[in-house]
Write a protein that binds this ligand. Structure first.
Ligand code: SF4
Length: 407
């Protein structure tokens, strides 16, 4: 069973105005204390398992800006995690150079993901990123020189002032950097961020839906022509370079999340709980206080009911190119997705937007761009049908039995 560990590093040099992640600028002095707490939490959580019960296949340093960590700490965290086969670290250009990347490589990091975002200085400036294009090129070169054979490049589209020509040039530059993996994200405007305020005030003109759609289509076409196959809506990889850690999330498998605001998940196929999700305190100082007091730093948890677990399985499965495993869904929930999704699915299949391919339900390539609207029609169907079946369903009993993974 694939399992993963996520470690959240909430430190950033500045807070980018579009970012709503749990990250903070100006608290660098808290870093040693935080890293000590992170090691302690990871040790504690792993110590709750019986031998052989949880073996992580992946470790992911996400943030925030994990490239601000000392390589010695990265090495120690990797050892505590049991030295998983895939160790990914997110890095921002401008925070790494060749010696730093060599040290991270020696510390066990074998997959680097670089937050390049765009190769156009004026678009980077619009995002208020700290790094410049020269630093992006230097970071890419240093990553290769340091021996990172698994390299991801993050790019964003839908930026203010971005044209299709900009995007084409960004995709060219990314391809020239010889990454094994591409993450191509649409800029989303998150409530509460400066970008949301600027947009509301009419100060942030963004490309329209049609142009954003064209950018996505171009991304898929260009990535696939270059050999990076799409394996999820926004993620593309050379064969064999798919990110294992992402696949843990999308396949609904267990993962541990450690650090401020991190989430963990333990699936279960039983009744009443179909899985348990928990999350840590978000504020780093509070998180550290809890760990230092010898407590698990959890701020809350939920038990997944059958409807919620089925909906999540559907949403996650259809995001991937492989699709939703029909037999696995049936085994987990005792229900056929085809019957459950009823008339809306029949309609989508008749229009060739969704199809059954072998043992999986998949979204047709040309319809991936419509995924959100397809899911918006399918998800309520699960809720409606499951509730109408619920009178005799033992899985609708009150929740409350933890699945026992985290404590
Ligand atoms: S560097 Fe990344 S994580 Fe940090 S504030 Fe900017 S977008 Fe958010």
């Amino acid at each position: 069973m694939p399992t993963g560990i996520y470690l959240h590093i909430p430190f950033c040099r500045i807070k980018c105005p579009y970012c709503d992640f749990n990250t903070y600028a100006g608290i660098d002095d808290q870093r040693p204390r935080y890293v000590a707490a992170l090691k302690e939490e990871l040790r504690h959580r792993l110590g709750t398992f019986q031998p052989g019960e949880f073996a992580a296949g992946s470790l992911y340093f996400g943030g925030g800006t994990p490239s601000l960590l000392d390589p010695e700490d990265v090495a120690e965290l990797g050892e505590i995690a049991g030295s998983p086969a895939e160790v990914t670290l997110e890095a921002n250009p401008g925070t790494v150079d060749l010696p730093k990347l060599q040290a991270l490589r020696a510390a066990g990091v074998n997959r680097l993901t670089l937050g390049c975002q765009t190769f156009h200085p004026e678009l980077l400036a619009g995002l208020r990123r700290l790094h410049d294009v020269k630093q992006t090129h230097e970071a890419i070169e240093a990553a290769h020189a340091a021996g990172f054979t698994e390299l991801n490049i993050d790019l964003m589209y839908g930026l203010s002032g971005q044209t299709l020509a900009h995007w084409d040039a960004d995709l060219d530059q990314a391809a020239a950097a010889r990454p094994t993996h591409l993450s191509l994200y649409n800029l989303t405007i998150e409530e509460g961020t400066p970008f949301a305020r600027w947009r509301a005030a009419g100060e942030l003109p963004l490309p329209g839906e049609e142009l954003q759609g064209a950018m996505y289509e171009r991304a898929v076409e260009r990535a696939e022509t270059g050999g990076w196959g799409r394996y999820e809506v926004s993620n593309f990889a050379l064969p064999g370079s798919e990110c294992r850690h992402n696949q843990v999330y999308w396949s609904g498998e267990a993962y541990l999340g450690c650090g401020a605001g991190a989430h963990g998940f333990a699936p279960a196929d039983g009744s009443p709980s179909h899985g348990r999700r928990w999350w840590n305190h978000r504020v780093p100082r509070r998180y550290c206080q809890e760990v230092e007091a010898g407590r698990l730093p959890e701020d809350g948890h939920e038990e997944l009911g059958r409807t919620q677990a089925m909906t999540e399985a559907l949403l996650l499965g259809l995001r991937t190119r492989e699709g939703l495993d029909l037999a696995r869904f049936q085994r987990r929930f005792g229900a056929s997705p085809i019957e459950l999704l009823g008339a809306p699915l029949k309609d989508f299949r008749a229009r060739e937007l969704i199809r059954v391919r072998g043992t999986h339900l998949i979204v047709a390539e040309h319809a991936v761009i419509l995924l959100d609207s397809l899911l918006a029609r399918l998800a309520p169907q699960v809720d409606r049908v499951d509730r109408s079946d619920s009178l005799n369903s033992p899985s609708q009993a009150p929740y409350g039995t933890p699945t026992g993974q985290s404590r």
